[in-house]
Design a binder for this molecule. Structure first.
Ligand SMILES: C[S@@+](CC[C@H](N)C(=O)[O-])C[C@H]1O[C@@H](n2cnc3c(N)ncnc32)[C@H](O)[C@@H]1O
Length: 303
């Protein structure tokens, strides 16, 4: 399949891929609905804002997927009322199921981040995780975030791949793919059929076309400023944790998931959390944002 070039084709590929991936999304990415997941989400929001997290009355999440950010923000009492949107109807269905299981009320709707179906000034917070890099027209999206925020409202995005971090992450991914047969023999797992964790082979093919940006911090500053935002901060997080995480994820993706031993999963999970602490304590704040894997941006609509 040729890479999509028009904005409509990019949105179409994103819709189809994420629809196909929705049912297994939480398992694939190890999304945790307990205390550990909540701490992860709150840690990212705190880092993006550069300090304590205030409370927000009404929030809007774009590209909400299965609800990872909004449902945790509701459970933590950071937001009072959550509206969640995503371009993929399959994701919105899974999100509604997750909210029901957790006993949470959300307004969940299918919507494109670049054309939000809400009145001007409707929200106190616009939030998102790992979504900006899928949007064909980032400037239009930020204009929409600005429009639907009340004056003084805050926008926060986390989990956006940095251009250099993305290149650096290619090294452990390639190394892991090369040694995967040896690793599978060591943990006694068989090779997974292609596309197993992506909703099938056809969907797996789409995956290579859903990411349309990797950013340098200045890219995010410029779109936020041109949309009218002030008080803009772009920060970076996770270097060692991402190398470790991508290595293990690339290895695991080659094996039948049920055959990966629990001991390995525990090692991968706790190793990732430990390296996050090393990144936080030693590297973040000392190295430039651009070298980290993830970028976080926060900004405010002037009052
Ligand atoms: C990598 S997933 C992240 C999901 C969720 N935020 C999370 O962190 O688990 C990206 C999400 O963005 C959604 N998406 C892609 N393009 C979009 C668009 N133009 N408008 C709204 N959502 C979009 C996808 O359907 C998908 O659910």
């Amino acid at each position: 399949m040729a890479a999509p070039t028009s904005p409509d084709a990019i949105r179409d590929v994103n819709t189809r891929y994420h629809d196909g991936a929705a049912a297994d999304y939480d398992a694939k990415w190890g999304i945790d609905w307990g205390q550990i997941g909540r701490e992860q989400v709150l840690g990212k929001i705190r880092k993006a804002l550069g300090g304590a997290i205030p409370t927000f009355g009404r929030s809007l999440e774009v590209g909400a997927g299965t609800g990872y950010f909004s449902l945790h923000l509701l459970m933590a009492g950071v937001v009072g009322e959550a509206t969640c949107t995503d371009i993929a109807p399959g994701m919105v269905d899974v999100l509604r199921g997750n909210a029901d299981r957790l006993g949470l009320q959300v307004d969940a709707r299918v919507a494109d981040a670049e054309a939000l179906p809400f009145e001007d000034g409707s929200f106190d917070l616009v939030v998102g995780h790992a979504v900006l890099h899928h949007l064909p027209d980032l400037q239009q999206a930020f204009s929409e975030f600005f429009r639907v925020l009340r004056p003084g409202g805050v926008v926060v995005f986390a989990g956006e791949p940095s251009r250099y971090g993305d290149r650096l992450a290619g090294v452990p991914k390639r190394a892991a793919t090369a040694v995967a047969p040896v690793w599978r023999a060591a943990v006694r797992a068989s090779a997974a059929p292609e596309g197993l964790s992506d909703g099938g082979v056809e969907n797996h093919e789409l995956e290579q076309h859903v990411d349309v940006h990797a950013f340098v911090p200045g890219d995010l500053e410029v779109v936020a400023r041109d949309a009218g935002f002030g008080d803009i901060h772009v920060r970076g997080e996770e270097l060692l944790a991402n190398w470790f995480g991508w290595t293990n994820r690339a290895l695991e993706a080659t094996a039948v998931p049920d055959e990966v031993p629990m001991a390995w999963k525990q090692y991968a999970f706790h190793g990732y959390l430990a390296l996050q602490k090393v990144d936080r304590g030693l590297l973040e704040g000392r190295l430039p944002a651009a070298v980290f894997y993830n970028l976080l941006v926060s900004a405010r609509r002037p009052a």
